[in-house]
Design a protein around this ligand. Structure first.
Ligand code: MIC
Ligand code: SF4
Length: 644
């Protein structure tokens, strides 16, 4: 067996080990972050459980830390109290980004981790099967329910040789993104193997598995080997180590070989992480902002590289240079070893250990300037600046750009020697910003800005649909539900729903929200039309909950991304697929009706839609029986309540 099959088999609760078959797996650990966590815990409360039933559940506060107005801190107090009440640890603001902290302090090889954040696969760097999901699925896993996932196809990525100077782990994943792209990888797991694996440390592996999320795969995983042991030992967690490697005769559904020695520095240009260019194609581009941070590249290793390059130097006067260390551990260590002072002398602005600019919480670039970031996403407008120009790159390439004021191939200069970085033998760790559940169960603190998960009605038999919006390919959840400044409404659906598809609203014209409400109030049902890979990116279930709240019943697309499709089902929205030809026909009309949809779903008959211009369209789906039951009930919360 390969590593993926081993972990899945050890956790299998039901289902057949066959690619594409629905299986239930036991979840050992869960994590949430504040932006998805408030809803997840409101949903957990609705399940009526006394305590979590996992080995370990953690609630991280790392996304909404700007605290403009009371909303954010109201959320934080709710999260801390609800964690205490149900036996969950709470990582307070300032302790760091969930994925970085979880890797450092809590992840364990061979375990399963379900997180309400799409970059949960970061844990794959430690040999965990770490999967991102919507908050409701995480709530159910906390309640002891198995998590349902398709038995994956495993793409083996064979790594050979070792990385040359100035080429980083980020370039490995950018290379893979250029091969596999962000579309069409649903239902796959990427597993790394081969002799090159041992040349990569755990933080480097975690950069690769983290950004694997952009491929749209279920997760990515590395074996757990001597390097894993070194890392866990340095974290004071040698006892958490178990070896986990694939069998000699393990096979993969497909193999991609990457010769690390042949890689070069790469850059992903706006507006997609798979818009990958070699550095020679972008050399000389003037840069106005550089940021080192996010859960992809803000480890101690990344910051040590950055500090070594900056020692005795200053950043270019035209560049605003910012650093957000991934965790309090990293922050403390760069303080102790003098890197912090190097950064300050070089002219860096130091940000809190949190998601910050990665999710548009400040530091939006000025119009027209290029911002080079070590992050994982550069979807248009995510920074808070419309039509932003964000280039994703390794810390090495980013710091070089900060020093030179333009993109420079670090291999072509001879001023800065390549810093050889050793992993520390011991990391600082005290965990005192991780609050364990108190002995006496606290009362839940629920301020006025904290709403309730909205209820949905069962799916109607006949859908009288108005097409609310017609979209193209690769619509991300950032398009559907903006983050940044709007994230303060995450625990209040009626407020947040006002901003559905905000980026497509035009001034002076009816907004999506207004249109959807008009249709809903007229007793009709909302329909969304889209192209390939609808719902890429984040795990935010708000991208399903808010449209549901506005009366959307069906999304018709060429294909869906895994997490978003699960979120639609969880909240009772029907995801239907259509051929390109039929989609074109739908684009030409405004209203469609889908008759007898409940009955047809139940008996597995094809679903037909008739358009207002007299055409008949066939719609398909890949729903399991359980999915159908969920949608018919109007979502998982209704289903759960009915079964109680
Ligand atoms: C993101 O990177 O887009 C986020 C913010 O971390 C999201 C979660 C969210 O929307 O709260 C994610 O990746 O799942
Ligand atoms: Fe936070 Fe950005 Fe990572 Fe999402 S991708 S968890 S916003 S740092």
């Amino acid at each position: 067996m390969n590593v993926t099959e081993k972990i899945l088999s050890n956790h299998l609760v039901f289902g057949e080990k066959k690619a594409g078959a629905s299986v239930g797996i036991k979840i050992d650990q869960t994590l949430t972050q504040d932006a998805t966590g408030t809803m997840a815990y409101l949903e957990f409360e609705a399940l009526g459980k006394e305590k979590v039933e996992t080995e370990l559940s953690l609630s991280y506060i790392d996304h909404n830390t700007a605290q403009m107005g009371p909303n954010n801190m109201n959320d934080h107090l709710y999260l801390r109290s609800v964690a205490g009440r149900f036996g969950i640890k709470c990582s307070l603001p300032g302790n760091g980004i969930c994925h970085q902290v979880h890797l450092e302090r809590f992840g364990k090889p061979g375990k399963t981790l379900l997180g309400s954040d799409s970059h949960t696969p970061t844990g794959g760097g430690l040999g965990m099967l770490a999967i991102g999901a919507g908050g409701l699925d995480v709530a159910l896993a906390m309640g002891g329910e198995p998590f349902t996932v398709k038995w994956p196809k495993v793409i083996g990525v064979k790594l050979t040789n070792s990385l040359p100077e100035w080429v980083a782990a980020k370039d490995v994943i950018l290379k893979l993104l250029s091969i596999l792209t962000t579309k069409g990888n649903v239902g796959c797991v990427v597993e790394y193997f081969g002799p090159g694996v041992r040349t990569l440390s755990v933080p480097q592996r975690a950069t690769i598995t983290n950004m694997g999320a952009e491929l749209g795969v279920t997760t990515s995983v590395f074996p757990s080997d001597e390097r894993t042991k070194e890392f866990l030992t340095a974290q004071g967690r040698a006892n958490d180590f178990t070896e986990l490697i694939s069998d000699e005769d393990a096979s993969y559904d497909k193999i991609i070989e990457i010769d690390l020695a042949k890689l070069e520095p790469l850059v992903a240009m706006s507006p997609s992480p798979d818009n990958v260019k070699s550095i020679s194609e972008v050399e000389g581009t003037k840069v106005g902002q550089v940021i080192i941070g996010s859960c992809t590249n803000s480890s101690y290793r990344d910051l040590t590289i950055a500090a070594s390059m900056l020692r005795g130097r200053r950043v270019h006067p035209d560049v605003s240079f910012l650093i957000a260390p991934g965790s309090r551990q990293v922050m403390q260590m760069i303080d102790r070893d003098g890197s912090l002072s190097t950064f300050l002398t070089a002219g860096a602005r130091i940000l809190e250990s949190a998601c910050g600019p990665c999710i548009g919480q400040g530091c939006s670039p000025a119009e027209g300037i290029v911002s080079v970031r070590t992050f994982n996403r550069n979807f248009s407008g995510r920074t808070g600046t419309p039509n932003d120009l964000v280039f994703l790159a390794s810390p090495e390439t980013a710091v070089m750009a900060a020093i030179c004021g333009e993109i420079v191939d670090p291999r072509k200069q001879d001023v800065i020697k390549y810093p050889q970085i050793e992993e520390p033998e011991s990391y600082d760790h005290d965990d005192w910003l991780v609050v364990p559940p108190p002995r006496r169960r606290p009362e839940i603190r629920r301020a006025s800005t904290i709403g309730e998960p909205p209820k949905n009605a069962p799916l109607p038999e006949n859908i009288e649909g108005d097409i609310l919006i017609k979209l193209g390919d690769k619509i991300t959840t950032d398009h559907i539900m903006p983050a940044g400044a709007f994230m303060k409404f995450r625990s209040n659906i009626s407020e947040y729903a006002k901003y559905v598809f905000n980026c497509f609203n035009e001034e002076g014209k009816e907004s999506f929200y207004e249109r959807a409400l008009k249709v809903k109030n007229a007793g009709h049902h909302g329909i969304i039309l889209a192209g390939l890979s609808y719902g890429q990116g984040s795990s935010r279930e708000h991208a399903a909950i808010c449209p549901m709240y506005l009366g959307v019943k069906v999304v018709i697309a060429l294909s869906f991304e895994r997490i978003h499709s699960a979120n639609l089902i969880n909240f009772g929205i029907l995801p239907l697929t259509v051929s390109e030809e039929e989609l074109e026909k739908l684009r030409g009309c405004e209203k469609i009706s889908i008759k007898d949809v409940r009955s047809k779903l139940k008996v597995g008959e094809p679903i037909k839609a008739s358009t207002d211009d007299g055409k008949e369209i066939t719609l398909s789906h890949t729903l399991t029986e359980k999915d159908i039951e969920t949608i018919l009930a109007g979502g998982k919360l209704n289903l759960f309540a009915a079964k109680k």
